[in-house]
Design a protein around this ligand. Structure first.
Ligand code: PEP
Ligand code: MG
Length: 590
């Protein structure tokens, strides 16, 4: 048994040790098999029976997943049922049997190949990926041609799931069984559906391992380290012991942090702050609350567009927002209208390639150009707002005219709904993201036009410091504690306070312990972040006084470099509260 270590991306923290279960890849027929002409109708019946069986299985699994994981995850099976009903697909299969006299296995293989060629010719990444859904459905039909009563491989035992990729449907059905200790995939990243699901089910996962499927076989022992993004195949005893220790430490750490979730969010001198969660799926609300989130500070709605091959309609949006609002109620939910365009291309539309996507047709710029799409989204958010806990959040505002334009469109949508007799929250708050430096510099003006502000420090810092947030060559310059950033943040937070408007930070900065102290010192009370980080930040902010944070910032604003500022915070905090930052530093990647 060979011992290897592979590096990937840790997408769901935690450590698990277990036996490998490789997901079987479906192998379609490699051999041309024909039938006699007088057997065609018998063969068609065989195909029909397999289609029927597949349909029944899909309906069953859809219902099972809906009960276990909710509508959103079961939706994928609806899409598969539609594929199964697709007239041209079924006709293709029948023709291959009736006219070409192919045996069903060979007919399915040929039709599958045909679809793969079509999908491969589509350059759009998202649509191209839909080919796996067709593979998924056809492989089920293929297996159902030979229904077997032989018991399936024992599925009940706990194991580590290893696969090249997992289709959302597979992820939903496999991960919900409760016997998956961890997940290791060749492909995928932090925002993939499987990653989100793994995080919400608390299953450690590493993705982007390239070729783990070629390096393991069923029964191998695997350590999956979702904290540091590593997978160890057939570890020797000493390594195993090391990771059992690391696992225990991490589990204790997690448990300890979890306790913080139920404690009150107050600084040592009694000042209230509000931890909020950034999420992408309604299913994440529960996990967020269990981590101590007092609301959803940022719902990234663009993920709705990445989940279906068609442009989502008003009902699709409405279903998701209602689920989100109801799950979170009475806690607040800030639904951000789509931040799409540029590199996050809308999968269903061909958008011209832009020379500089980060400075191009993104977010509200896109929405104001594609008004039909925007209108659908606004109407759906309004309809979901009857629970009275929904706010609308507009991303990438650059100038005041955009805010005014949005308000006109919002009013129009409200008038329409009123005329149609559809209920919505008449006082739904409208807020904007401050993430373009030009908007930041006129926060005092913008604040008067809106109900609240949300600072997107990821983009704000990227644009203010002219540092591409995802370019490793310049990432050393991406410094949230740069003195310029602090001055700008001070102006934004002060302007919001003077205008009497709430302000939140929803960029990664809110999840960093040192930065969170600075933000508190600047007067910020609402911290929105990936739910995993909430207990850590709560713990840090509960360990210091608001007064101390104010003093730290007062001095920090006089310093010249990010390093000086960082050292100053560290010294000031550690002198007064030596343990305040302990939990933050131990597992920074978790
Ligand atoms: C941000 O820019 O800080 C933000 C929260 O938005 P996103 O990361 O989705 O661009
Ligand atoms: Mg942003």
């Amino acid at each position: 048994m060979d011992y290897y270590r592979l590096r990937g991306t840790g997408v769901s923290p935690g450590i698990a040790i277990g036996e490998v279960r490789l997901t079987e890849k479906v192998v379609f027929s490699a051999r041309k098999e024909t039938i006699l002409a007088d057997k065609a109708s018998e063969e068609l019946e065989r195909l029909e029976a397999a289609l029927k069986r597949t349909r029944k299985q899909l309906v069953q699994i859809k219902e099972k997943i809906r009960i276990k994981l909710g509508e959103d995850h079961s939706f994928i099976f609806e899409a598969h049922l539609l594929i199964l009903k697709d007239k041209s697909l079924i006709l293709g299969l029948r023709t291959k049997i009736e006219e070409d006299l192919f045996r069903s296995e060979w007919a399915i293989t040929q039709v599958h190949n045909h679809y793969m060629t079509i999908f491969d010719s589509i350059s759009d990444d998202y649509l191209n990926q839909r080919k796996y859904d067709v593979t998924d459905v056809l492989s089920k039909v293929y297996l159902n041609l030979q229904p077997t009563d032989a018991p399936k491989r024992e599925d009940g035992t706990d194991s580590v799931l290893v696969a090249h990729d997992l289709l959302p449907s597979e992820a939903a059905s496999r991960l919900s069984r409760g016997n998956v200790l961890a997940v290791a995939l060749d492909v995928g990243g932090t925002t993939s559906h499987t990653a989100i699901l793994a995080r919400s089910l608390n299953i450690p996962a590493v993705m982007g391992l390239r070729d783990i499927t070629h390096n393991v076989k069923d029964g191998d022992t695997l350590i999956v380290d979702g904290i540091d993004g590593e997978v160890i195949i057939n570890p020797p005893l000493a390594i195993r012991r090391e990771f059992i220790g690391k696992k225990k430490k991490y589990d204790d750490y997690r448990q300890e942090l979890q306790k913080t979730a139920t404690l009150e969010a107050r600084t040592l001198d009694g000042v209230r702050f509000t931890p909020l969660a950034n999420i992408e799926l309604p299913e994440e609300v529960k996990v967020a609350q269990s981590m101590g989130a007092e609301g959803i500070g940022l719902f990234r709605s663009e993920f709705i567009y990445f989940q279906s091959a068609e442009l989502p309609g008003e009902e699709d949006h409405f279903r998701i927002y209602s689920q989100l609002a109801q799950q979170a109620a009475p806690l607040p939910v800030y639904i951000r209208t789509i931040d799409i365009g540029g590199e996050k291309a809308l999968p269903q539309m061909q958008i011209e390639k832009e020379p500089n996507p980060a400075l191009g047709l993104r977010a509200i710029r896109f929405s104001l150009r594609e008004r039909k799409i925007f209108r659908i989204q606004i109407r759906a958010i309004l309809r979901a707002s009857v629970t009275k806990n929904v706010s609308i959040l507009i991303p990438m505002i650059t100038e005041l005219e955009e805010v005014q334009e949005v308000k006109i469109l919002l009013r129009e949508a409200q008038d329409e709904l009123r005329q149609e007799g559809i209920a919505f929250d008449e006082n739904i708050p409208l807020g904007v993201m401050i993430e373009v430096p030009a908007a930041a510099a006129i926060t005092d003006k913008i604040a008067r036009e809106v109900d609240y502000l949300s600072i997107g420090t990821n983009d704000l810092i990227q644009y203010y410091l002219a540092v591409d947030r995802s370019n490793e060559l310049v990432s050393y310059l991406f410094k949230p504690l740069h003195p310029s950033v602090l001055r700008l943040l001070k102006f934004i937070i002060d302007s919001a306070r003077k205008a009497g408007k709430e302000v939140t930070v929803c960029g990664e900065m809110a999840a960093d312990p040192l930065s969170a102290i600075v933000l508190l010192g600047l007067g910020l009370k609402n911290f929105s972040m990936n739910p995993i980080f909430i207990p850590r930040i709560k713990r840090v902010l509960r360990s210091i006084e608001y007064g101390t944070a104010r003093k730290i910032v007062h001095r920090a604003l006089t310093l010249k470099t990010a390093q000086e500022i960082e050292e100053h915070i560290l010294e000031s905090v550690l002198v007064k509260h030596p343990t305040a930052l302990l939990m933050g530093g131990e597992y920074p990647s978790a």
